[in-house]
Design a protein around this ligand. Sequence first.
Ligand code: SAM
Length: 279
Amino acid sequence: MSLNYILRAKKFKAKKSLGQNFLIDDKTIDFIAQHATKEDEILEIGPGLGFVTEQLVENAKSVVALEIDKDAINVLNKNLGNKENFHLIEQDILKTNINDLPFKDNKIKVIANIPYYITSPILVHLLGEIDELTHKNRSRISEIILMVQLEVARRIIANENSENKEYGQLSILSQMYSDVEIIKKVPKNCFSPAPKVDSALVKFTINEEPKVEVTRLLKRTVKAIFMARRKNIKNSLLNAGFVEVEQALKNAEIDKNSRGEKLSLEQIQKLSIALEEFN
Ligand code: SAM
């Protein structure tokens, strides 16, 4: 832990309502910043007091940072305002189109230690829905380094073989257009104030092509399967309003008594195609 960061974080009155838990662990800060090189244009979401930002500005070609807290913005302007490759914008990420930001390159990297209560909305905002073959923000991103709760990180990387009901809509959304991996676990004492739970950094490497071909009913099928986890797959699909479910399951060679969370993305897609015949 770095005393410099601890003292600077303590001097600032952190706002719980904005999810302000500042990273004070120099090793983790270095680890994140190393993902930026002189070739990279970086979008940093929620720079806070700028502990990661200060290094990103040194390592990257340029950094555009979006922050909504005026007090944090004052600190950032004071410490980094004179850097030519740093652009601070007072703006909510959820209301931002990356194409409107001052980037020159076609592809940028995103680095975000964000409030945990907006993890899912941010992911949808950056990646798009699973059936959006092209998406305004995703098409500009090559990589995302995202800090999330450890439990959420496990859900993001989960698949049909995972335990503890980790596999679900968030896994599919995350993996449809990206390769995902947990690159570092970050214990709660690496932050000030310390949150209640441990965190992890997840790396998303964005792909041009979806993991499986997008079909008309894919999104609806995914939703139906994971909405009612206790039900078997036949009842989940009936519940969601699909008809001729038993026949579709048979055609897709899926046991009607199995649970949706045991199906691979490929099987779910096959099922969605089988359902399309009747729905
Ligand atoms: N990146 C800093 C760090 O690692 O120490 C701060 C992380 S803190 C968990 C999250 C930051 O995101 C806060 O500074 C908060 O003000 C900012 N924030 C919250 N909601 C935001 C939003 N919708 N758009 C942009 N920034 C936001």
